[in-house]
Ligand binder design. Sequence first.
Ligand code: NDP
Length: 286
Amino acid sequence: MMKQFGVIGHPIAHSLSPLMHNTAFALLGLDCTYQACDVPGGALADALEGFKCEEFVGLNVTIPHKEAVLDLLDEVDPEAGAIGAVNTIAFQVGGLIGHNTDAYGVLKSLEPYRDQIVGGTALLLGAGGSARAVSYVLLTHFFPSELVIANRSEQRAQDLAAQCKALSANTTINAMSLADSKVRQIIERSSLVINATSVGMTPSVDESPIHDDVPFHTGQIVMDLIYTPLETNFLKIASGRGARTISGLEMFLYQGARSFEIWTGQQMPVDRIRSVLAQRLKTNRV
Ligand code: NDP
């Protein structure tokens, strides 16, 4: 019987996850199919029961369910529990097991730049669900000397910073409003700047989480979690000032590859899938 997989979220129609996983299944000759399933907030518990009845094997979980889903699972792996968000569910004999593969996506995206990140200042813009995975990975794998979290809602940044302090005694952790004038000084001394806000995403491609003359510079790593568009305005400004940039496509690819491995036990052919997704994004068919 063909094995069924999917992604649940709302809205979900433009997700690239079906293209990624169905291409990988075809390349590896697996009898599996992956679909996008629109599940509005409030419909999550019933939807999960339905997927169980239909004998789904795996699901990805995206906005707005990544946090709410934790209470509906039989088991949550320790990393997902520490982050407080699940983006991957494996349907197993013992029940529903939750994982967070966003963390692996961040880890793989930043790994090539480890030497520049360790011991430096990291600035994280945003304090939502994905920012939690980013801060977890920074503190547990890259050990910056300083982590600053800047968010539109300062209280949300303070709350995330408080959680982060429990993860690391050796990193100085601060929180501030995204509108604080000190953000510019922090950019100047940062070895890593990550945009984990949704500002700049299609269709608002001319926007950027930091306005005006952003003091990016050579020797800095600048990552955007957004992958529609492939090169955000934020990354264009950074690259124009000589910084090394990382598109959200890397994180997207590797979180998907890790989910794929959890479900199938096989490696996703990442390089071939990257070309397929980049082509789709370049032709603006998303
Ligand atoms: P959340 O809704 O949990 O968080 C959104 C964040 O963006 C919050 O920090 C929010 O600030 C901020 N924000 C939203 N609108 C504005 C605005 N107008 N001005 C300033 N800040 C704003 O979303 P996620 O954390 O799940 O996702 C964030 C981004 O990361 C999205 O673009 C998403 O597509 C991308 N992403 C990419 C992934 C990948 O694999 N590449 C994986 C996961 C997410 P506030 O708290 O004040 O509301």
